[in-house]
Design a protein around this ligand. Sequence first.
Ligand code: ADP
Ligand code: 5GP
Length: 200
Amino acid sequence: MRKKGLLIVISGPSGAGKGTICKRLLESNANIKASVSATTRGPRVGEVEGKNYFFLSKEAFEEMLEQDAFLEYAKVYDNYYGTPKKYVIENLDSGNDVLLEIDIAGALQIKEKFKEGVFVFILPPSMEELKKRIVGRGTESEADIIKRYGAAMEEINQVIQYDYAVINDNLDRALEDVEAILKAEGCRVNRVYQDIQSRF
Ligand code: ADP
Ligand code: 5GP
């Protein structure tokens, strides 16, 4: 019924469970395509080039910037991250939904360009649980854990900039919430109006 795909933007503090929710969402929704970001951060154990990120040197990242190849970019926890433009535009135009898991500064840049995007903020149930999850994930150094946890409260204060907030206490329920949001967004009259007009 819809011609253009949904641009779904997911943000939230480190450890809230964005990656886990996005992975589950992609597994059960073939029409949602994940945008793969470019970053200057090094790969974590198990991360795959071109799947989790495009891992770039600072120089290569700057070259892409010069070529205006990013839809948005931001410095997050001391590294650069950016969304390559081409993949997102091509997929939205061909009717696929596109998922961006990006930080708040990046999401606000997207909001400027795509007012029709769906902006979802993922929250942990508490700060204590957030700390447990960041530490429990075991992927960051102690300095990085402190940096990420230290930024969390300020990030949570930005939830007001988003359309939807989902508290990730129980993973299955949080996923259900995100799926319900997307389902309702897909039925917004402004998204289906053209199709309705062509039918009647
Ligand atoms: P983010 O992408 O937001 O930084 P992750 O998806 O990497 O967060 O999740 C951080 C850690 O918390 C991971 O170890 C993940 O398995 C765990 N986690 C995610 N969601 C839940 C949940 N609902 N309950 C308990 N642990 C969770
Ligand atoms: P991580 O290093 O944990 O993978 O990601 C750190 C932060 O960078 C997270 O908040 C994540 O959402 C954000 N991020 C990942 N890719 C991008 C991107 O392309 N653009 C922006 N602005 N942020 C991103």
